[in-house]
Write a protein of this length. Structure first.
Length: 173
């Protein structure tokens, strides 16, 4: 099973460091990007397509919601907002966030969120695999009618004979 590729986007270094440390404890998670502002994170999300995004709401320049607005919905990573502001929780779920971690959060709360994120990522992987398999099956040419052999070629004492299948009563090696 592939590792889950995660980005951490937060303008506060201690918050970014804590999230990264928590994620790096997990053997099936790989932090493939850390960003202090939204513009570079947006470019990286478009280029690298991470599976999971831990995203601060308020950052200089492009904030978390603006970042998600610019990502095509089909390419949007599983997103968890991580912020000190509870006022944006409803909006987070309106943009299809998986969860909303309110700083400071406990390790237990983080683990519960991560468990849900894992399941969602794996579910997406299963759906993608199912779509690929269905596409392969649908693109496969239709089986042609079975062709039956009507004649057999038999070598017998230096001669080649063509026998009709209906003329054969017995075959022995």
């Amino acid at each position: 099973m592939n590792k889950i590729r995660a980005f951490v986007v937060d303008d506060e270094p201690p918050a970014r460091r804590r999230l990264t440390e928590l994620l790096e404890r997990e053997p099936d998670i790989e932090v493939t990007g850390e960003f202090a502002e939204g513009a570079s994170a947006l470019e990286a999300v478009a280029r690298e397509r991470p599976d999971l995004l831990f995203l601060d709401v308020q950052m200089p320049g492009i904030g978390g919601f603006e970042l998600l607005d610019q990502v095509e919905p089909a390419r949007q990573p599983i997103t968890v907002f991580v912020t000190a502001y509870d006022a944006y929780a409803l909006k987070a779920f309106e943009v299809r966030a998986l969860d909303y971690l309110l700083k400071p959060f406990s390790d237990e709360r983080f683990e519960a969120t991560l468990a849900r994120a894992r399941e969602r990522v794996r579910s997406r992987e299963r759906e993608a695999l199912g779509e690929k398999l269905l596409s392969l099956v649908e693109s496969r040419p239709a089986p042609e009618e079975k062709q039956h052999v009507s004649r057999l070629v038999v070598k017998n004492r230096g001669q080649v004979l063509f026998l009709g299948v209906r003329d054969v009563d017995w075959k022995e090696d």
